[in-house]
Design a protein around this ligand. Sequence first.
Ligand SMILES: [Fe+2]
Length: 219
Amino acid sequence: MSIFFPVPRTIKTRSDLELTVFQCQEIVIQLAEIMPGAIFEPHQHPESQMGMLFSGCVEINVNGKKAILEPFQQVYVAGTNIPHGSVILSEETVLGFEMKYLIGSQLDDHIDEPILSLQPTIDKTTGFPCKFGACSWFQIAILEIPANEQLPKCTTTTEEIGIILNEQIMMKVGESEKLLEYGSIYYAPAGVSHSGYSTSDKTISLIRVSLPSYSHLFA
Ligand SMILES: [Fe+2]
């Protein structure tokens, strides 16, 4: 098993929530399937947390501020010990993902806005259209990879995680290679080369999250 392609655990902590959990060293990625009507009371923890919807509609509450989340439009951001909770408004099952990271996310007393709206742009690394957002402790891009295209080989000083949303893509991280589909992710630590290619005749959506690396920060 490669650390670059973590094997998930499925967790059902309550009847209205199923989580597929990936551990990428200090970073935890959770794919969530949430039943209609679920309520998550506000809580807080040392880990910084963010999340986004793939389907459905949710009212999120971060530090007492409420907002509506729509799929692929906004990301909520709750830094270290910032209270956060949510109410599922959809009448269908809601899909989404969350990331937790034990990092001081309020460096220099900077507190992130609780809702980050993603903006359409062109991704600098790949040249592909994407929706992009950044805050103090991560960057997120939802890439639209055209049919039969390649993700060029790159090595970054950030940690990078990719979540594929449809079709299949062949990813290579370091010397490991794997065909990924929804329900699987890749993890590229800082300094590890990664690349990919699509053999699909459809556009592939890939969520790419980048975080500063501890080893880089403290090198
Ligand atoms: Fe939380």
